[in-house]
Design a protein around this ligand. Structure first.
Ligand code: ZN
Length: 70
């Protein structure tokens, strides 16, 4: 009973089955391309836009979150 179990996860980008192992540097993604797509999407859609002019909105959201917690 000592054989290694291969744990599989679904790639967040394309839903392909990915073996979760140290041999896969892209986990939980199936490939660098899927990881790049995910990061690129996040960066272009949210981070870059927010970094532009809404530092205020960002801190406003942070304090709003603080209010909600209390
Ligand atoms: Zn994928």
């Amino acid at each position: 009973m000592s054989r290694a179990l291969a744990l599989s996860v679904a790639c967040p980008t394309c839903r392909a089955s990915v073996e979760w192992s140290h041999a896969n540097p892209w986990r939980p993604f199936c490939s660098g391309r899927c990881k790049g797509i995910d990061l690129g999407d996040w960066a272009s859609d949210r981070f870059v836009i927010t970094a532009g002019e809404s530092a205020d909105a960002l801190s406003g959201a942070a304090s709003l979150g603080g209010d909600l917690k209390q």
